[in-house]
Write a protein that binds this ligand. Structure first.
Ligand code: HEM
Length: 123
């Protein structure tokens, strides 16, 4: 049985993996985002793997906070939407490399929003 703290650390490791990967992908897009460049597949799989860790550890945290039984509060749905948005950013960065610089700051803002949602739990 993993403790709340272990799930929180795993959740944060996943988050770090997602943002490190998105940063690398955005920098690659700033240089034109050429397909098949060495390392891009590794970065993409790291992002997807990290998103998986964020999700599983997020549900682990919910279990330790006894939130799995009842209907989810809105803030959890907000987190899931943010999580899906970060996954979608991978495809968007690949398709719209001309937006790379803007996406760079948008991703940081989304991370900040998730941290705010996690700590203030609106609604
Ligand atoms: C499926 C999606 C997710 C679920 C179910 C989820 C769930 C949770 C839960 C239950 C907590 C613990 C809240 C508490 O201890 O009171 C938490 C904390 C947190 N989550 Fe998530 N989360 C998800 C996605 C994300 C994403 C995508 C991010 C960042 C982009 C994120 C950032 C955070 C942060 C920063 C904390 C607080 C950590 C701290 O206080 O040390 N979460 N999350």
């Amino acid at each position: 049985m993993l403790s709340y703290s272990v799930y929180k650390i795993l959740h944060l490791i996943g988050i770090i993996g997602v943002f490190t990967g998105l940063g690398a992908l955005i920098m690659h897009a700033c240089h034109g985002g050429k397909k098949g460049v060495k390392g891009t597949k590794m970065v993409k799989w790291t992002i997807y793997g990290s998103l998986g860790i964020v999700l599983v550890a997020g549900f682990g945290l919910m279990a330790r906070l006894n939130m799995m039984g009842t209907g989810w509060p809105l803030w959890i749905y907000l987190k899931v939407v943010i999580w899906m948005g970060l996954g979608g950013a991978v495809a968007l960065i690949g398709k719209k490399s001309q937006w790379a610089a803007g996406l760079f700051y948008a991703v940081i803002a989304i991370g900040g929003l998730a941290a705010w949602v996690a700590n203030y739990k609106p609604l």
